[in-house]
Structures are given as structure tokens and as C-alpha cells.
Design a protein around this ligand. Structure first.
Ligand code: PRP
Length: 216
């Protein structure tokens, strides 16, 4: 019996937007992650299963072979480092961007100049460090795991580096986007050893995804 193909996905937007790509590969997930506590979901193909993991854990599962392939945001991939991962496709789903945001009454232009010092709260420490290093600004990075928007409101930080999609979260918290650092979309990542061992099957899936992306 050939070993199953395991695909790592995170619940929410990435899961939802990967479903049409899976359909193009003839794969249908048989359970709704919002309605089950199961972490391993069967598909209509006996040899393919989906594991549900935290978004930030997808690259790690694929790197160490807990999953053969996965779908992960470019933001998560940069923070992980991408080691051990083959990255064949930008799936062009779950699009958003990483931005710098501050309180609407904070004078960002005045605060950010060569040699200045800024307190920045973020989950994306690598992205933030590189971005401000490129400007010659010293940053004191405060690592957070969620609700970054609270940091400037409570005086924890001058600025945040966070994902922005509709901009509604910033608006609701009286924050403004002052710089766009990079565009984000989700990528397919594949375990390098699995790609050699299960090449035929994985190539089929990657090929189907590729054709489905090109259609839109
Ligand atoms: C992300 C991000 C913002 C929000 C932006 O959080 O951290 O809080 O979405 O979206 P918007 O511009 O459409 O309002 P997410 O809901 O993914 O949860 P997180 O706090 O766990 O990152």
C-alpha cells in the first residue's frame, strides 16, 4: 500500500480558499473543520488526508515531514525561514499585506528618520527588523502573538507591524496604516524528501493547482 499524502492547512481563510484548488485536483474534504473537533480530516481519495494545524505551525509540520505539503502565508514563511521546504507555487489566495500602523495622533513621519528609535509591537519580528533596518531606524521589538492593535492604544508600543486585509480592524481601533511593507498571499510548500519519494502523486496535485490558479 502506498503511504497517504498529508496536506497541512489552517482553519479559516486559507482552508476555505484552498478548497477550490483541491477540487481542481479531484480532492474533496469530507468534513467541515468548523463543525468537528477532529484534527485529521478524510477526503474522497483514500490516499489523501488533511491535517488541521495553527497557521504558524504549517511550515514546521511540512519541514519535519508531519505533512507532505501545506498551504501557508508568505508572512509565516518568512518568519519560519523556509528551510527544508520546496516552494513550487504562489497560490494567489488569502491576499493581504503587512503594514506599519500607528495611532492616528502619532506623528510617524517625524518619529521615523535615520538614527531614530521606535518601539514596535509585532508577531512578525523578522519582517519588522529587516524593514526598519533598511531605513536606519533602531527598533525595540516587542513580540506579541495576537491583538497587536492594542499595543499603541495602551502605550506598549509606538507602532505595530501587522497584517491588513480590509483595514476594518485598524479603523475600529483608531489606528492608521502609515507604510505598506509587502504584499502577502499563500504559497504551497512541500517537504523536500516527500517530493522525491511521492513525486508522481505530488506532481499531479501541484499540476492541478497550477492550472486552477492560471484560470483566474
Ligand atoms: C488579522 C490581523 C488583523 C486583522 C486584519 O488577524 O492580525 O488583526 O486580521 O484584517 P482586516 O484588515 O480585514 O480587519 P486575524 O483575524 O488573522 O487573527 P490574529 O490576530 O490571530 O492574527
Amino acid at each position: 500500500m502506498t503511504p497517504p499524502i498529508t496536506l497541512a492547512l489552517s482553519k479559516g481563510r486559507i482552508f476555505d480558499e484552498t478548497l477550490p484548488l483541491l477540487a481542481a485536483a479531484g480532492i474533496a474534504v469530507l468534513e467541515d473543520p468548523e463543525k468537528t473537533r477532529k484534527l485529521i480530516l478524510p477526503t474522497n481519495q483514500e490516499g489523501v488526508r488533511v491535517v488541521l494545524v495553527r497557521a504558524t505551525d504549517v511550515p514546521t509540520y511540512v519541514e519535519y515531514g508531519g505533512a507532505d505539503l501545506g498551504v501557508t502565508g508568505k508572512d509565516t514563511l518568512i518568519e519560519h525561514g523556509g528551510q527544508g521546504l520546496f516552494r513550487p507555487l504562489d497560490l494567489r489566495i488569502a491576499k493581504c499585506h503587512v503594514s506599519v500602523a500607528v495611532r492616528s495622533d502619532f506623528d510617524y513621519r517625524h518619529a521615523v528618520h535615520q538614527g531614530a528609535r521606535l518601539r514596535v509591537a509585532t508577531k512578525y519580528t523578522s519582517i519588522a527588523r529587516d524593514f526598519f533596518a533598511g531605513k536606519g531606524v533602531h527598533v525595540d521589538l516587542i513580540k506579541l502573538y495576537g491583538s497587536m492593535e492594542l499595543a499603541p492604544l495602551t502605550g506598549l508600543a509606538d507602532a505595530i507591524v501587522d497584517l491588513v486585509s480590509t483595514g476594518n480592524t485598524l479603523k475600529a481601533n483608531h489606528l492608521v496604516e502609515v507604510e505598506r511593507i509587502m504584499d502577502i498571499s499563500s504559497h504551497l510548500v512541500v517537504n523536500q524528501a516527500a517530493f522525491k519519494l511521492k513525486q508522481a502523486r505530488l506532481r499531479e496535485i501541484i499540476g492541478a493547482f497550477e492550472s486552477a490558479i492560471r484560470k483566474d
